[in-house]
Design a protein around this ligand. Structure first.
Ligand SMILES: Cc1ncc(COP(=O)(O)O)c(C=O)c1O
Ligand SMILES: CC(=O)OC[C@H](N)C(=O)O
Length: 350
């Protein structure tokens, strides 16, 4: 147990939980790192703290200034939490198609919210460019730039990776992660592969994101869309460049419906949508590798932030998804047959 001087001192040192249901089904030990335990409720608190700490140490950011960031929501919540602890202000620029659950949290934590229309990255009104412009126009603002500022991946290299190594006593065969900025997979894969070069790192990508196709062909091409939020990207950014990746898999949103309900009903954990994708990736990895492996993935946030999408039957039907989960053994049969849809890659920028 910890005693913190500030709320931000409580970021990190999250628990590692073995998921009984999927571990029993596969004969592997499948663990989730409980990132929802962070004070802002998501894995992005870690990046938020490191981005701010590093900028303050460099003197780029000083008390009284405003942190500006373009965000799908979780980084904005994390930055709002940390900003309050440090006497800073926070302005989040967020596309208006993300769940209102996250907008509300930014405001509850005292952050200011600017909602913008969701547009492609090449449009100057994209949330990323809007945040950058706002910070450029005002001297009292500092742009966190979670995509290119590698303090983000450093948070995971310095903290999350070592925590996993210690919690597993070095016994980890596979690391599975989604990627948004790539900070999580970047910092964790780098640290853990330094400890064990044999570690097998899997990136799991939803439809609509270009990472899988980029690793396959070198081109960012989107195949449809996804209800997941905060993950997937259509360009190469510096935090993703940090990653070391051996396998890539693309899994459909319908599987998130199945797995989120299965884990809720069997294990009592209500996963957020990116966490459901992580667990789907971990299940695919377990079935491919066979019994006896130890697999770690992340519960990036909880389902309370996905209520209006992943847990909303009307929304699911509107996207052409079936709100009723398919039987887990049917999904497992499909995963056993993924074959070369699981890409073998060698993403390593050393
Ligand atoms: C819910 C959720 N899961 C996962 C991620 C991915 O983390 P990263 O940016 O470290 O790739 C994010 C944000 O990026 C997120 O908001
Ligand atoms: C769209 C995206 O990658 O978002 C990054 C991050 N998850 C956030 O909450 O801002």
């Amino acid at each position: 147990m910890r005693v913190g001087a500030r709320q931000s001192d409580l970021i990190g040192q999250t628990d590692l939980l073995r998921i009984p249901s999927l571990s029993d089904l596969t004969g592997c030990d499948i663990f989730i790192k409980c990132e929802f335990q962070n004070p802002g409720g998501s894995i992005k608190d870690r990046a938020a703290k490191q981005l701010i700490d590093d900028a303050m140490e460099l003197g780029e950011l000083k008390p009284g200034m405003t942190v500006v960031e373009g965000t799908a929501g979780n980084t904005g919540i994390g930055l709002a939490v940390v900003a309050k602890s440090y006497g800073l202000r926070m302005l989040a620029v967020m596309p208006n198609d993300q769940t209102p659950e996250k907008e509300r949290m930014i405001r509850l934590h005292g952050g200011e919210l600017m909602s913008v229309d969701p547009v492609p990255f090449k449009n100057e009104n994209h949330f990323y460019h809007t945040a950058r412009r706002l910070a450029e126009e005002r001297d009292d603002c500092w742009w966190a730039n979670q995509f290119e500022n590698t303090s983000n991946a450093r948070a995971h290299y310095l903290h999350t990776g070592p925590e996993i190594w210690e919690q597993t006593e070095g016994k980890i065969d596979v690391l599975v992660s989604v990627a948004g900025t790539g900070g999580t997979i970047g910092g964790n894969s780098r640290f853990l592969k330094e400890q064990n070069p044999e570690l097998d790192v899997w990136v799991v990508d939803p439809d609509g994101s270009g990472i899988y196709e980029f690793l396959r062909s070198g081109e960012y091409v989107s195949n449809g869309g996804s209800m997941t939020e905060g993950i997937g990207i259509m360009r190469l950014v510096d935090n993703f460049r940090q990653a070391r990746i051996d396998h890539a898999v693309n899994l459909p949103d319908q599987d998130l419906v199945t797995l989120s309900r299965y884990i809720r009903d069997e294990d009592g954990i209500v996963l957020g949508s990116s966490s459901a994708l992580n667990v789907a990736g971990a299940l695919a990895a377990a079935l491919r590798k066979g019994p006896g492996h130890r697999i770690v993935t992340f519960s990036c946030d909880l389902g309370e932030r996905s209520v209006s999408k992943l847990y909303n039957p009307e929304y699911l039907r509107g996207r052409g998804l079936n709100p009723d989960p398919e039987p887990i053994d049917v999904l497992m049969t499909r995963y056993r047959e993924l074959g070369d849809k699981v890409l073998e890659v060698n993403w390593n920028n050393d």
